[in-house]
Structures are given as structure tokens and as C-alpha cells.
Design a protein around this ligand. Structure first.
Ligand code: ZN
Length: 380
């Protein structure tokens, strides 16, 4: 069994923490002895043991002289649970293979250093790109204090998200809707503007796939939305965060909503009279430990995300339909010249039923250097 094979299995195990461990990272771990996996672990829930500890406990005496393969650098700091590196050293593991270093610059490399000082052989950067992809939300959040922001657009072939009259339902197909629900359960929160709730009265819940419900974040500067909107009145209303202006928070309507269980978040107004979007995201992170947000629209909110340089990733679902005159996903964004146009890099182009699913990233992370230095089983 190669390190890469073992790491693939560790990545699979890490996925079991989806929707349960945030704001912690998803981590998987396997212990390999004499060419076969003798124990497996993953971080299963926030506050639960780390993947390495779960695997070491399962391995018991088998860990002695074995190789521990883990997607993320083992921790040295006391968090919700004791640090993992001392436990790894005590277990007698001879070699540790790590997918990616801890993205937190304050602790990156410290786990590796302690392991090497104790005489354990360490290899870094195995399937690093895949490991980063798994924990891109965590990495952004821990480094910047801001959530990782993913935009979602469902559009026709000619770039329309709705007819001129606002009709937008069912442009894209069943499989694309299922994928949007999968994103909702993977990310911590779903965010929409007031107009989307007015027009569509969406539930913003997860129904088409199994998984936990995300926070639902609604922007409504003047508190104009009807109280009976599903996001305020359905059984998940305690998972709704209504962002509104300081003035609107003083109203009876705000008081009634708070009483019914809706969370209210005060956000200052910008020069144009809208809620200041960077502050929305920062407060979601600080007050609700939200590490990732799916922005589902509408056009005003998506455009504002571009203006404030907040979009890290964009998922575009394209139906093979031509609508002609219609509404545009980034209507509020305009440039004077092509050099100013917002450019993404294409991460993947997938089939989604009869639709096309394009995943775009704001920028490509750089992995080349470590990958070059990592030929065989030796250290980088
Ligand atoms: Zn740990």
C-alpha cells in the first residue's frame, strides 16, 4: 500500500464529518502496518476526539512501529480535546504521513517539528491539493476570521436567472437542485437577499439529500419581509438569522420575530443604504462560528459580493435553455473595460443531469513547490 493509497482512504473517512465538525476541519486518519490498514479514524463531530486519537485507540498495540497517515498536520495545542502529537509519540508510531500543514500560520509546522525531534519520520504534502480542497472553508476561516463564501447561480445557456417578470423556478433540473441541497448541508449557512424571499418565499432547507440543516441568513435592511415567510415561520425558524439595520431592530416587528425564535443580527448601513456586507460575514463568523456561507442570490447580493471581493468560489448550473430577454445573475456589477472584469479560474466542469455544473475559484492555491520536493517516501 502506497502513502497515496492510504491518504485516499483517509480523505474518504474525513468526509464522514461533513456538516458536523465546523468550525473545525474535516480530518481522516488511517494506520498502516505491514502494507495493510489496521485502524481508521475521523473527526466525527465538533468536540469529539480527533481522527488520530480515534485511529490510535482502535489500533492499540498494533500502532507500534506503524505508519500513521492523516489528512491534516496533527495538533500540538490544547483545544476542546488534548493535543494529538503527544498521543502519537506515546503510541510508538514510527512514521507519519501528512496531507497538508495546519493552515493556521501560528501553529503551522509545529506538529511536524515535535514529531521529528522525537525521531519520528515525517512526510508532508501527500495529495495536498485534495486535502486543501476538503478543508478550504476551515483554512480561510482560521486565517482571516471571515467565512469562506461560495456563490450559486442557476441560469439558462444565455445567462438568464429569471424571466423579466421574475419567474425563475425550474430553469435547472432535478439533479442540479439535488446538488444545491448537498452544498447547503455541507456549508454552515445559506444567505439570500430580501428580494429572493419576496419573490420565491424559499425554505432554504435540505430536503433532496440526507444531512443537517444549515443556518439561513436573510438580509432585510428595513425589515419589510412578511412575518409569515417560510424562513421566519417554519419549523426551522430558530436556524434563521435576520440581518437588519440598527433602526429596524428597534421596531415591534423585530421584537415579535425575536420572540418567535428568529436570531437578529445588527449590521451597519453603507453609503448606498445597504447592509455592509463584509460586516455581515464577519459577524456571522464571530457570533455564530459560521465558517462557510452559500450565497444563493439574488443579483443584488451576488453583485455586492463581487464589489467587496468576498466570493471565494462560484457554482454555476447551466440549463440548455435559451430565454432571450431576462434577468442577469450579476446585474448590479458593471465595469468600464474588460481588464476590470472579474475573472475566476475553472476548477471543474461536470454534467449535472441535463445541465452543466461549473465550479470556479477566485484564485488557484499554489502547491507546486512542495509537490516537486516530494518524490519518494522521504521528507520534503
Ligand atoms: Zn488533534
Amino acid at each position: 500500500m502506497t502513502d497515496e493509497h492510504a491518504m485516499r482512504r483517509a480523505l474518504e473517512l474525513a468526509l464522514r464529518g461533513t456538516g458536523r465538525v465546523s468550525p473545525n476541519p474535516r480530518v481522516g486518519c488511517v494506520i498502516v502496518k505491514e502494507g495493510r490498514i489496521v485502524a481508521e479514524g475521523w473527526h466525527a463531530a465538533y468536540g469529539a476526539p480527533h481522527a488520530e486519537i480515534m485511529a490510535l485507540e482502535q489500533a492499540g498495540q498494533e500502532a507500534r512501529g506503524a505508519t500513521l497517515v492523516v489528512t491534516l498536520e496533527p495538533c500540538v495545542h490544547e483545544g476542546k480535546t488534548p493535543p494529538c502529537v503527544p498521543r502519537i509519540l506515546a503510541s510508538g508510531v514510527a512514521r507519519v504521513v501528512i496531507g497538508m500543514l495546519d493552515p493556521n500560520p501560528l501553529v503551522a509546522g509545529k506538529g511536524v517539528e515535535q514529531l521529528r525531534q522525537a525521531g519520528v519520520e515525517v512526510r508532508i504534502g501527500v495529495l495536498e491539493r485534495e486535502c486543501w480542497w476538503l478543508n478550504r472553508y476551515f483554512a480561510k476561516h482560521i486565517v482571516s476570521g471571515m467565512p469562506y463564501v461560495v456563490g450559486k447561480v442557476a441560469q439558462s445557456l444565455d445567462g438568464c436567472i429569471a424571466l423579466p417578470n421574475g419567474e425563475s423556478r425550474w430553469i435547472t433540473g432535478e439533479e442540479s437542485r439535488r446538488r444545491v441541497h448537498a452544498l447547503r448541508t455541507e456549508l454552515d449557512a445559506v444567505l439570500v437577499g430580501k428580494n429572493t424571499v419576496f419573490r420565491d418565499n424559499p425554505h432554504l432547507t435540505v430536503r433532496a439529500v440526507p444531512g443537517r440543516q444549515p443556518w439561513r441568513v436573510v438580509l432585510d435592511t428595513q425589515l419589510q419581509l412578511p412575518m409569515m415567510s417560510f424562513v421566519f415561520a417554519d419549523e426551522y425558524r430558530e436556524r434563521t438569522i435576520l440581518c437588519t439595520s440598527p433602526a429596524a431592530l428597534q421596531t415591534r416587528k423585530a421584537e415579535t420575530l425575536r420572540h418567535s425564535g428568529v436570531q437578529l443580527l445588527e449590521v451597519p448601513i453603507d453609503e448606498e443604504g445597504h447592509l455592509h456586507l463584509p460586516t455581515v460575514f464577519r459577524r456571522l463568523s464571530e457570533q455564530f462560528q459560521i465558517a462557510s456561507v452559500l450565497v444563493e442570490g439574488g443579483a443584488a447580493v451576488l453583485s455586492s459580493c463581487l464589489r467587496h471581493r468576498l466570493l471565494d468560489e462560484l457554482h454555476v448550473f447551466i440549463a440548455p435553455l435559451v430565454i432571450g430577454r431576462g434577468r442577469h445573475p450579476f446585474e448590479g456589477w458593471a465595469v468600464e473595460s474588460l481588464e476590470q472584469a472579474w475573472r475566476f479560474s475553472v476548477q471543474a466542469v461536470l454534467h449535472s443531469g441535463d445541465d452543466i455544473h461549473v465550479i470556479l475559484l477566485r484564485e488557484q492555491p499554489v502547491f507546486a513547490e512542495r509537490e516537486r520536493g516530494n518524490g519518494g517516501t522521504g521528507d520534503a
